[in-house]
Design a protein around this ligand. Structure first.
Ligand SMILES: [Mg+2]
Ligand SMILES: [Zn+2]
Length: 209
């Protein structure tokens, strides 16, 4: 476990190499948070339609690369704006159809979008950091090794989610995406952006060849 906030050090690259090596030839799933990782988070508001969806720099090509690496890629996102009546589940599904279309690479595309529409006060099993979104998908894909799951996210709840999944499946690597200087978090690797994480994956794959 890292003891200091991320500096994109050699330690991060070494940890990514380990994550990549451990998964060569395996059936596993890369889970990615949406807001703040793929697209810009709207502070205090929700992305209600495609017009309001703003890609983060390099995210589209990063997802393309990640699709070539991971046998399965699933976006896992809390969208309580649905229960608040700010947008509908159909609105969110329409956004996700666009995300899937834009990031599609040859025959590869994001396998699923797992969405929690509930309010924090609903105490549902799927609102992150609860593990329901991931466990639900893993439960429907028994050929996938759940202990090789990887969770990429920019919030404390994503990292707690990884721990909660690991407690049940026996493993779930955590990748923190965010600016340097955030307080210490218990994560396996940290990068400033999905793009930077992807560069580390490419670098690790190059070394393994
Ligand atoms: Mg997020
Ligand atoms: Zn839920």
């Amino acid at each position: 476990m890292r003891s200091s906030a991320h500096l994109n050090t050699a330690a991060d690259y070494a940890a990514v190499r380990e994550i990549v090596l451990e998964r060569v030839g395996q059936q596993w799933c890369l889970f990615i948070d949406r807001d703040g990782v793929i697209n810009r988070q709207k502070v205090g508001d929700y992305v209600r339609n495609w017009t309001e969806f703003e890609w983060l720099p390099g995210a589209v090509s990063a997802i393309g690369t990640l699709l070539e690496w991971a046998p399965y890629v699933v976006v896992a996102t809390n969208q309580q704006g649905i229960s608040k009546g700010r947008m509908t589940a159909d609105d969110v599904a329409a956004i996700h159809r666009q995300v899937r279309a834009v990031t599609k690479r040859d025959m590869l595309e994001i396998n699923a979008f797992q969405v929690c529409p509930h309010l924090h006060s609903d105490h549902c099993p799927c609102r992150k950091p609860n593990p329901g979104l991931l466990l639900d998908w893993l439960g429907h894909h028994p050929s996938v090794d759940p202990a090789l799951s990887v969770m990429v996210g920019d919030s404390q709840s994503d990292l707690e989610l990884a721990q909660n999944v690991a407690a049940i499946t026996g493993g779930c690597a955590s990748v923190y995406i965010g600016p340097p200087g955030v307080p210490d978090r218990i994560v396996d690797v940290s990068f400033n952006s999905l793009q930077e994480f992807t560069f580390a994956v490419i670098s690790a794959q190059g070394e393994l060849r």
